[in-house]
Design a protein around this ligand. Structure first.
Ligand code: NAD
Length: 279
């Protein structure tokens, strides 16, 4: 990718899954990486892996739902590396499969606070730095659930539709200032997030690959069963490519959108979904 080496990339949710893959990809492209996560052990492990591979990375603990914590994260990034050219606002949590009437207010608020307000808080802290530099590229992690309805995942889907709208609006606000803002919409991806079915577990132990795959497949099967049994919709669909994504495949799209190869792309949400959105 062109235009990434020697610059600074901030990734939230960098302790696991898509965020870890993104942090490692930015480092492989020659960027200095600020790996931020609420889970300190996992975030530090990402940094260790980058350093072991010869890259430069720093860990920052952050709760993206807390604006003070997010401002501190951006301050640390700029103090450490002197600039901030790229941000991947990626941290997110999933919810239980439940009808909209069954969601507790606390659970609804936490999903929106992390997945939507968290992206807003990151943008609010990152953009002034990028504006002062006259350059920057931001990628927010939305979801397939931000493009179509997901029965049983209404709070998650609402939060991700919000990320898509936020991305468009902020991109328009900054299009003439040399700052691009896009989003990726991953389809089902092999990460820990499926354990959101069992509740938040930031900081918890990392399940084995076998367990994570089993959970991912259970999520998909549960979704399909839920649709067939309870909902009149075809929103949950099989993946045309016949497999779920590796996190590195989402990270590749993030790196592309930040690179100068994507210099004329802003305000868009790119599905990275094995063809799901086309079906
Ligand atoms: P993951 O659970 O493997 O990683 C999420 C990371 O975010 C974890 O390291 C977790 O500790 C961190 N995190 C959670 N709450 C946080 C908070 N408040 N502040 C800071 N960090 C926090 O899951 P993932 O699949 O890599 O998820 C990354 C993003 O991708 C999320 O926004 C998710 O909604 C989105 N996504 C995932 C899939 C999928 O199938 N895996 C599909 C579409 C979208």
């Amino acid at each position: 990718m062109n235009g990434i080496a020697g610059k600074t990339a901030l990734v939230t949710g960098a302790g696991s899954g898509i965020g870890r893959a993104s942090a490692r990809r930015f480092a492989a492209e020659g960027a200095n990486v600020v790996a931020a996560d609420i889970a300190t052990a996992e975030g530090r492990e990402t940094v260790d892996r980058i350093r072991d591979a010869g890259g430069d990375a720093t860990f920052v603990e952050v709760d993206v739902a807390d604006t003070d914590s997010v401002e501190n994260m951006v301050d640390v990034a700029v103090e450490t590396y002197g600039s901030l050219e790229f941000a991947h606002n990626n941290a997110g949590i999933l919810t239980d499969f439940v009808d909209v009437t069954g969601i507790s207010e606390a659970r609804w608020n936490r999903i929106i606070d992390v997945n939507l307000k968290g992206v807003w808080a990151c943008l609010k802290a990152e953009l002034p730095v990028m504006k002062s530099q006259g350059e920057g590229a931001i990628v927010n992690t939305a979801s397939e659930a931000g493009l179509v309805g997901m029965p049983g995942l209404s709070s998650y889907s609402a939060s991700k539709h919000g990320v898509v709208g936020l991305t468009k609006s902020v991109a328009l606000e900054h299009a003439e200032r040399g700052i691009r803002v896009n989003a990726v919409a991953p389809g089902p991806t092999k990460t820990n997030i499926q354990s959101g079915l069992l509740g938040d577990r930031p900081g918890g132990s990392t399940p084995s690959l076998r367990d994570r795959l089993r959970t991912a497949l259970r999520l998909i099967r549960t979704a399909i069963r839920t649709v067939r049994a309870d909902y009149d919709t075809s929103a949950m669909r099989d993946v045309p490519m016949g497999r779920i994504a590796d996190p590195e495949e989402i990270a590749g799209a993030v790196a592309f959108l930040c690179s100068s190869d994507a210099s004329y792309i802003t305000g868009h949400t790119i599905p990275v979904d094995g063809g799901q959105a086309a079906d």
